[in-house]
Design a protein around this ligand. Structure first.
Ligand SMILES: *Cc1c(COP(=O)(O)O)cnc(C)c1O
Length: 406
């Protein structure tokens, strides 16, 4: 039986929500595949993917089935008990990666929080309290808890909340010499996004990740890859570390892992995991049966050679056309990224105007993202149909034509 709901409107947001977001002027109410409909029935193509989250698009039958089957079976028992979906998910992740052990939580920030705490704990146990420093990169993004904004290299997110977590330093991304100058025997971990997502879709250089691995080994520091945005097929490999062939000690995953259902994971080795003994860390909802059942279904669809190859092929389809659009209209100077995490770097006259491109795209019925003020970001469903890519890019081209003619 459906209960009549009171109507709500975008204007309600400005009256009843904490004003920390500035959502678009329309409210999406329904999605299917890579299409979304708003309250007025207008249809949009979704190249934003809920910020690199909706790995299988909207209402994918395998995810709807996994979620509803589980919803009819068992939702939550807490970590006082384990559950079957969590154990299945851990098995899948351990079999597919370098890791021997998984810790589940509910978001990217929580996965990173666990990773940073583990790194400090390991160093504390093995070497003592002096070895607690974490090196991160400028412009990095690791989440919004106090620890993760302190590690993230963006003062706009960490300033103005009182004292930060100490023992953290920031070095320029892709600058191996800077990392070499900063790392010391007090360093417990170096944390890197294999592609900096939020701050412009900047892929790491191969030599940078290899060099970071070597420096960590030389200084008994752990290498943490934040794969919250790059993980679960986003780059055309299951995890970006596999594309680069550089293996971290700790890896964090979230976003695409749940395909839209909140879940995060920290993956690590047997030896490191042993430092988080009973009682050292935890979360009530982490590894709940609903989230883990959905994540299992996401992995079953994405983690096949065919599905990963298809993501790489879709990258070519996107980037070829985007490069053409960029060149023809003089809007962007570079198209970069891997798989279906693509950034278009705005050309000099358009610098700082990514939001205008987003607005122009929305007017044509297309959802895209920005990654900082200078980059337009595409993070669509990993199983988006080629026809939707083509139609979405037609809409994008119309938006760009209108914008550049003004
Ligand atoms: C989104 C993101 C996070 C934070 O994830 P939340 O689920 O929002 O807490 C952390 N690291 C990276 C690289 C991200 O892209």
């Amino acid at each position: 039986m459906s209960v009549e709901q009171a109507p709500v409107h975008r204007a309600d947001f400005d009256q009843v929500m904490v004003p920390n977001y500035a959502p678009a002027g329309f409210i999406p109410v329904r999605g299917e595949g890579s299409r979304v409909w708003d309250q007025s029935g207008r249809e949009l193509i979704d190249f934003a993917g809920g910020i690199a989250v909706n790995a299988l698009g909207h209402a994918h039958p395998a995810l709807v089935k996994a979620l509803t089957d589980q919803a009819n079976t068992l939702w939550h028992v807490s970590n006082v008990f384990t559950n079957e979906p969590a154990l299945r998910l851990a098995r899948k992740l351990v079999e597919a990666t370098f890791a021997d052990r998984a810790f589940f939580c509910n978001s990217g920030a929580e996965a990173n929080e666990a990773a940073f705490k583990l790194a400090r704990r390991v160093a504390h146990d093995r070497f003592g309290p002096e070895k607690h420093e974490i090196i991160a990169t400028l412009n990095s993004f690791h989440g919004r808890t106090l620890f993760t904004v302190s590690v993230g290299g963006q003062p706009k997110y960490s300033d103005g909340f009182g004292p930060k977590i100490t023992g953290i330093s920031h070095v320029p991304y892709n600058d191996l010499d800077a990392l070499k100058a900063q790392i010391s025997d007090k360093t417990c971990a170096v944390v890197i996004e294999p592609i900096q997502g939020e701050s412009g879709v900047v892929p790491a250089d191969q030599a940078y990740l290899e060099g970071a691995r070597d420096l960590c080994d030389q200084h008994d520091a752990l290498l943490i890859f934040d794969e919250v945005q790059t993980g679960v097929g986003r780059t055309g490999s299951l995890y970006a570390y596999q594309h680069y062939g550089v293996t971290p000690d700790i890896l964090t995953s979230a976003k695409s892992l749940g395909g839209g259902f909140p879940i995060g994971a920290m993956l690590t080795t047997e030896a490191l995991a042993s430092h988080l003994a009973v009682g050292t860390h935890g979360t009530t909802y982490g590894g709940n049966a609903l989230g883990c059942a959905v994540a299992c279904a996401v992995l079953d669809v994405i983690n096949t050679p065919q599905a990963l190859a298809a993501i790489r092929a879709k990258h070519e389809r996107f980037s070829t056309r985007l490069a053409q659009i960029g060149e023809h209209y003089g809007l962007f100077s570079q198209v970069r990224g891997l798989g279906l995490l693509i950034g278009c770097v705005l050309a000099e006259p358009w610098k700082g105007k990514a939001k205008q491109v987003l607005d122009a795209a929305e007017a044509e019925g297309l959802m895209v993202l920005q990654a900082g003020p200078d980059v337009v970001r595409f993070a669509p469903s990993l199983v988006i149909e080629d026809a939707d890519i083509d139609e979405g890019l037609d809409r994008f081209e119309r938006a760009v034509a209108t914008l550049t003619q003004r």
